[in-house]
Design a protein around this ligand. Structure first.
Ligand code: GLN
Length: 542
């Protein structure tokens, strides 16, 4: 039987609840406890797949093809597990299934209510992950902040879980924020007191309070929170903003949280072993030479949109004992400045995206990389823009395009698959999740992976158009990765270029700090050799 930790947030959003869940998972797994994690998102969308990155940041894709919250990316990267669709529950999913049951007559005669019908469905979905994973411990994060209207049924459901599962099998952790008042140089606890009061009003008494703040928390502050919120002082834990997110598990472990959870829940645990992780964090924090990568996309002012790409670059750089410096280049602003801006980077990465806006700038970036021999890594849309650019070069016309951007293109080098034609519904209708890919021996791709068959996660609707495979190949665009039946081009690379490769899948979702992704490692390896005149590539040692 699984035990449960429920994590709620108070005061403000974006205080690092997702990182806290991931870190708690990491410290408990390091004690030999099997852990699974789940995110409950109170919004009404069925999944974030149709949401703009401006609203939601990155959409993280699980191996079974679910479009999920980016917090699942933190859970996978920190805990080292692979999650499934069931690990991201939204109000949209819960209400859809309750209403579908009602229409089928499953509750015949009953009035359908938030309590118990909606809360039962939420609890069923929480237990489902516990059962499928067989984990000793389930860590469940409730999205949003206590007090949000949509969050109420979720809080009610997790409140009931304590009674259902046994009082010793459930632990509530509340993550709050302590604002710092500069004028008096003090941290304030009042918002935390209010949010704990709000939790209590619902019937949840937190067992642990994680206090996020930008300044060190004094003993006096801890005493105050302990007194007003009725939480043992040892369970008031400070979460001071750290230099790298990967340090958070170490901060929490060193503050005694691992021990406290194990004792409170009566978990059978080994001694904590975070040595490898400590080494990674020490290496991350040590001053290193820089490698400068230009990331060309249209959401660059909102870096959360490329969360996994940013992390994968950081992991790969560390494998080369470098620190990655990302130049966030807005693809809509590259006009006329492409040479100047791209001339300052050692490698160019074009990540995924949808829609025409910003595409021409991405195509310029691919052209720059091809002509100047700059290492290039294209991810999904970044492969499509590389193919379009090469097509324009080979066929000498700008009429080369993807039908996503120009439906009447004369050279539709990227197009819908026949089975995708006629799909009208937007949500969940893409090619999603893990597919195998066979690599051609002797290519950059095969060398980077050191394997013949790889499994990678997809999220796209358009594909390389096979009508153009032969002419483009003859001109030097090598289809170095194919689907097992040979019908889908999954990886392309440019013959004669030192490192210009793009893939139809999203390798960034599988990179971890302790196992960087081979394509990113290959890319950074090539980029670090690129010399930029006059550029500062080393960090001042202080
Ligand atoms: N818009 C492109 C497609 O749907 C690429 C998607 C992506 O980059 N994830 O095929």
């Amino acid at each position: 039987m699984s035990k449960y930790i429920f994590i709620t947030g108070g005061v403000v959003s974006s205080v690092g609840k997702g990182i806290s869940v991931a870190s708690i998972g990491k410290i408990l797994k390091s004690r030999g406890i099997s852990v699974s994690a789940q995110k409950l998102d109170p919004y009404l969308n069925v999944d974030p797949g149709t949401m703009s990155p401006y609203q939601h940041g990155e959409v993280f894709v699980t191996q079974d093809g679910a479009e999920t919250d980016l917090d699942l990316g933190h859970y996978e990267r920190f805990i080292g597990i692979e999650l499934t669709q069931a690990s991201n529950v939204t109000s949209g999913q819960v209400y859809s299934s309750v209403i579908a049951h009602e229409r089928q007559g499953d509750f015949l005669g009953g009035t359908i209510q938030v309590v118990p019908h909606v809360t039962n469905e939420i609890k069923r979905r929480i237990r489902e992950v516990a059962e499928i994973s067989g984990a000793d411990l389930m860590i469940v994060e409730v999205g949003g902040t206590v007090g949000d209207i949509e969050g109420q049924p979720f809080l009610e459901a997790i409140r009931q879980m304590k009674k259902d599962e046994g009082r010793d099998n459930v632990l509530y952790i509340h993550v709050t924020f302590l604002p710092h008042i500069a004028a008096t140089n003090e941290l304030k606890t009042k918002p935390t007191q209010h949010s704990v009061n709000e939790l209590r009003r619902i019937g949840i008494q937190p067992d642990v309070i994680l206090c996020r703040s930008d300044k060190e928390i004094s003993e006096g502050i801890k005493d105050k929170i302990s007194l007003f919120c009725d939480v043992d002082k040892e369970a008031v834990i400070s979460l001071v903003t750290s230099e790298t997110i990967y340090e958070v598990p170490l901060l929490l472990e060193d503050a005694g949280l691992g021990e406290l959870i194990v004792n409170r829940l009566g978990l059978r645990a080994e001694r904590s072993n975070l040595e490898e992780w400590r080494d990674i964090v020490a290496r991350l924090k040590a001053p290193k030479e820089l490698v400068t990568i230009g990331l060309v996309g249209k959401y660059v002012e909102l870096q959360d949109a490329y969360y996994s790409v940013r992390e994968a670059l950081c992991h790969a750089a560390l494998a080369h004992n470098r620190e990655v410096k990302i130049e966030w280049l807005d693809s809509e602003q590259l006009d006329g400045l492409a040479d100047e801006k791209l001339g300052q980077v050692q490698g160019i990465i074009v990540p995924g995206g949808f829609g025409y806006r910003g595409i021409e700038g991405m195509i310029k970036a691919a052209k720059f990389a091809r002509e100047r021999e700059i290492p290039y890594l294209g991810l999904c849309l970044g492969m499509q823009t590389m193919v379009i650019e090469f097509g324009r070069h080979v066929f000498h016309t700008d009429r080369v395009n993807s039908t996503e951007f120009d439906a009447s293109s004369t050279y539709p080098v990227i197009d819908l698959l026949p089975e995708q034609h006629g799909i009208e519904q937007k949500g969940g209708t893409m090619r999603l999740g893990t597919y195998p890919c066979h690599l051609m021996a002797g290519t950059i791709a095969a060398r980077a992976y050191g394997r013949e068959v790889v499994y990678e996660r997809h999220r796209h609707r358009y594909e390389f158009n096979n009508k153009f495979r032969q002419p483009l190949k003859e001109a030097g665009l090598i289809p170095s990765g194919l689907s097992p039946d040979g019908k889908l081009v999954e990886v392309v690379e440019l013959q004669g270029h030192s490192w210009m490769l793009a893939c139809q899948f999203h390798p960034e979702f599988k990179s971890r700090p302790d196992s960087p992704h081979p394509l990113f490692v290959g890319f950074i390896g090539a980029a670090k050799e690129t010399l930029i005149e006059g550029a500062q590539t080393s960090l001042p040692l202080n």
